[in-house]
Design a protein around this ligand. Structure first.
Ligand SMILES: *[C@@H]1O[C@H](CO)[C@@H](O)[C@H](O)[C@H]1NC(C)=O
Ligand SMILES: *[C@@H]1O[C@H](CO)[C@@H](O)[C@H](O)[C@H]1NC(C)=O
Ligand SMILES: *[C@@H]1O[C@H](CO)[C@@H](O)[C@H](O)[C@H]1NC(C)=O
Length: 244
């Protein structure tokens, strides 16, 4: 091995060690007062069914966690108790547990929208239930001061602002927003195809340890330069081998 070839690994070595030592603990940001979505809804007093479903599906916890750990904000469409009672009898109970989770997530947008921001939002909007393109489309259209929502199944009107703090917005809606996917027949499941070769090729010995001709020269270099940090040496060696 020629001495000039050591320049690259030596550079990488010092880079890695510099990066490693430069990693200091991240400064703790001042925690904002935790927002609790169910507390916000309870205060309004007409969302008992929505609150119960948010809690039973644990979506309330997801919302609170996300609210307090990101700065995207959230928007929630809260159907009133009378919205739930105007559903077809037995409909809610006909949903599976998974659908109940999706139903709750469908009422949540993963970013903050003021009423005026809806005027320029591009449809369909993305909800927590999934991508806007797939089975969970939601359009919000504005006419003057009125905001309407359509899901392809439900038409609803956005009512009072229950809560807003520029991080969380909660709007009352007069209908439970039903996702289109709940009423479409499921797509036929694709025929399972199991590539049997995968397991065999994973056991191929070709990737196991081969001869390492540069081992000693690396070690010599390290000891000559009085470097004792074995962790760094390991990193360098791994990088060194990849470089060759
Ligand atoms: C919004 O909904 C209301 C009540 O259903 C309806 O009168 C109005 O035409 C709708 N507006 C739009 C833009 O769809
Ligand atoms: C929602 O809006 C998109 C884009 O304008 C449109 O293609 C789609 O048909 C709308 N869906 C519903 C349910 O209105
Ligand atoms: C929702 O509104 C659209 C357009 O205004 C209408 O064509 C559709 O029938 C309505 N759907 C329901 C379920 O009311």
């Amino acid at each position: 091995m020629n001495p000039p070839n050591l320049a690259i690994p030596a550079f990488i070595f010092f880079l890695l060690c510099t990066i490693a030592s430069a990693q200091s603990p991240a400064p703790a940001p001042a925690p904002p007062g935790p927002t609790n979505v169910t507390a916000v809804l309870e205060k309004a007093g007409r969302f008992t069914t929505f609150i119960r479903l948010l809690q039973n599906t644990k979506v309330a916890d997801q919302i609170n966690t996300q609210l307090n750990n990101s700065n995207q904000g959230m928007t929630i469409f809260a159907p009133t108790d009378s919205a739930f009672s105007s559903l077809k009898p037995g409909m809610l109970n006909s949903f599976t547990d998974e659908q109940k989770v999706e139903l709750m997530q469908f009422h949540v947008l993963p970013s903050f929208f003021s009423t005026s921001q809806f005027q320029t939002a591009s449809n369909p909007l993305r909800t927590q239930a999934g991508g806007s393109q797939g089975s969970f489309p939601m359009n919000v259209t504005a006419t003057g001061n009125n905001l309407n929502i359509t899901t392809g199944v439900t038409n609803a009107t956005v009512g009072n602002t229950v809560y807003t703090d520029n991080q969380l917005a909660v709007y009352e809606v007069d209908r439970v927003l039903l996702p289109l996917s709940f009423f479409q027949s499921p797509a036929p499941a694709p025929a399972p195809s199991k590539p049997k070769k995968a397991a065999e090729s994973a056991l191929s010995p070709s990737d196991s340890d081969s001869s390492t001709p540069d081992d000693s020269s690396t070690a010599n270099y390290l000891s000559k330069h009085g470097v004792g940090a074995m962790a760094c040496a390991g990193l360098v060696f791994a990088t060194f081998r990849r470089t060759l």
